[in-house]
Write a protein that binds this ligand. Sequence first.
Ligand SMILES: Nc1nc2c(c(=O)[nH]1)N[C@H]1C(S)=C(S)[C@@H](COP(=O)(O)O)O[C@H]1N2
Ligand SMILES: [Mo]
Length: 231
Amino acid sequence: MEDQDKLNRIIEARMKLKARFEEQMRNTPSVADDKPKGSGEPNRHGMPVIPIGQTATSKWPVLDLGYQPNVPLDRWRLTIDGEVENPVRLTWKQFMDLPQTRDTSDFHCVTTWSKLNMHWKGVSLLDLAALVHPKETATHIMCYGYDTYTTNVSLQEALKPDVLLVHTYEGQPLPHEHGGPVRMITPQLYAWKGAKWIKRIEFLSADKLGFWEERGYSNTAYPWRNDRYSD
Ligand SMILES: Nc1nc2c(c(=O)[nH]1)N[C@H]1C(S)=C(S)[C@@H](COP(=O)(O)O)O[C@H]1N2
Ligand SMILES: [Mo]
């Protein structure tokens, strides 16, 4: 009964958040651009499946800061805090008890490879946001990895239904080198916006730059605009 109440509250909060960001989301470039750059058939949000300057690969290259943090599940925690009504620090069990989402999506790395049709399972950022109740003043998130990596994302991108904190890839635990036990994915933005080994999501009332964004990568990272570097 209590569990049912909890689930109902998440669902209700999810609907409200969706409504609050719906129009902004519908106007984001990766959904709304009428002359997107790229090639191939349209993907599910109407963009050419291969963004400009990208090549499809079947391999999955590994990119990191030269260090892959090891986090055993009994010590793993996910903190969600900042501009929210109800900050949380989730254990592995609490995270896995949240509503689970499966999705198939594409992965576009700024180093020009794209990997298509990846099968994921995890918790949507929208459901995590529904759990913590972002304040009206929240506009962005900063994501932190256990390796000190950071990356920032606007809420109209972060709350899209395909943005997930994934723990499973192709039916197997997410490989450690790809960010296991849990990483974020952002299929409609270049992949550096998805923090591997994620440990904290901080809601912000103003934008702030993450690790690569401070070092010349684009703040917005739109694949179909070839939006790789800041000017
Ligand atoms: N924690 C963490 N997350 C990270 C990175 C990193 O170095 N540390 N690199 C980013 C970059 S630049 C890319 S392209 C993708 C690469 O993910 P992959 O190694 O699974 O291909 O992860 C992103 N997330
Ligand atoms: Mo990257």
